[in-house]
Design a protein around this ligand. Structure first.
Ligand code: FES
Length: 74
């Protein structure tokens, strides 16, 4: 089985999820909108939003890429 491709950053703003998580850990709470305000993440193409959301929920700086064929019924 091939290794999954991992998403680890907002490409548009060149900000790693590890950087966002480090910043989030220094705060009481952190949302995607907080990350957008601080780093710009999700503010351009928006493709990183689902991955950043997962990263913030799990604390993992790398999230597997979801391809269209990964969706049930696709
Ligand atoms: S990859 Fe994050 S806004 Fe485009």
């Amino acid at each position: 089985m091939p290794k999954p491709v991992m998403v680890d950053r907002c490409v548009c703003h060149d900000v790693s999820f590890a950087t966002v998580l480090d910043w989030a850990r220094s705060r009481d709470s952190m949302t995607v909108d907080d990350a957008k305000a601080q780093f710009g993440c999700t503010g351009s193409c928006g493709m990183c939003r689902r991955y950043l959301t997962t990263s913030l929920e799990t604390g993992e700086p790398r999230v597997p890429l979801v391809l269209q064929q990964d969706k049930p019924g696709a």
